[in-house]
Design a protein around this ligand. Sequence first.
Ligand SMILES: [Zn+2]
Length: 461
Amino acid sequence: MRLAPLFVLVLAVLTAAARADTDVTPAVAKSPLLQSIASDVKPDELRAAIGKLVGFGTRHTLSDTTSNTRGIGAARRWVKGRFEEFSRHCNGCLQIDMPEQTVTGERIPQPAAIVDVLAIQRGTDDPDRIIVISGHIDSRVRDVMDAKSDAPGADDDGSGTAAVIEAARVLSKLKFRATLVYAVLSGEEQGLYGGKLLAQYARDHHWRVEAALNNDIVGNTLGTNGVKDASHVRVFSEGTRSTETPEQATRRRYNGGEVDSPSRNLARFVSGLADGYLTDFSVRMVYRTDRYSRGGDQVPMLAAGYPAVRFTEAIENYTREHEDVRTENGVRYGDVLDAVDFPYLAQVARLNAITMAALASAPPPPAEVKTEGAVSMDTKVSWTAVPGAASYRVWWRDTTAPQWSNSRAVGDATTLLLKDVNIDDWFFGVSSVSADGYESPIEFPGPAGAFNAAPGAAQEK
Ligand SMILES: [Zn+2]
């Protein structure tokens, strides 16, 4: 009899679970493909790439572009050469393009050419659906206009550039349904020019960008304060879309969606992959577009309406970034090679590579996700079918929960009535699943959450 209250409690919990009609979250099926991609990423490759980049002395955007040994021009041509080499090993699977734009600005007083180096690996099924990885090749010292002094930029952003090259090396050996774009950008430090050029290129080529993964400062593990963190990477994502209209904002403020932009659900997707595939390494999601009052090349992609996140090491070292190389009062300043933690950078590069492969192996997220059910005990979730999806999964979570918790597989249906799940009390989303089990990111209903990666999906104005 003394156990009765406990028994009643257990029954009550079971009854509540039944009422919420909650499936157990599916176990993450391990994909051998993603496991092999993760194991193919090598710290030594990353070390060699950054060593080479540092060897160009400075990669300042306004530095020498004609020398073959010093300056940003030589560095860009070296990256192009690496992409060409990978392409030779895959029967020309990479199309290499160097879009260029002459700009002037606050930090570019005389007209200068901004040149990005792009390698494009065409998808087999849906080549206009695009997954991008980016890093910036330009570097700087303390004076942002100093194009002459040595600016090794090993971490900022040799690390991100090396991650892009390593992703290209590993993934170009394989084929994917969607297109992968490896983007090495210029002009970041002078005003995000390379990111703007990439966004323009994407628009000009009618890319349906499902995800842009920007890697900037991803190789340091020792903080300015001496604290070490080699087991996390921060993934920054905007909460509400940069392209939201005032009408959309009004609806979103009322019904929710301020923590469910496609970029945020992309961050959740990345976090899940880290937990599923990497050892002693996880994502710290940050609910911000970027670090406080600082920027990166994901910002112009967001401004163009594309889902994008920024990867940055868990703890930064401010005596390294944007500094002249020197020793002062026993403190070493400058962004030098030996401060990069290559096993750590390899974890970040692995996470990027498996994210790209997982996204490109899955169908796009469902289009036009809708929920209905006001003044009803039940919620109806519906969506439009997308090519390549064999089935769909409806997800829901408590409105204050950071991660999706409950789900139901629905086969190839495009609607689900969730009995006794009240629309007022939960946030809902839907993912697409391929026949071989690759699941897309989860899309939150309406314009607040739309990825717009499916053919014909309404593009943001
Ligand atoms: Zn940077």
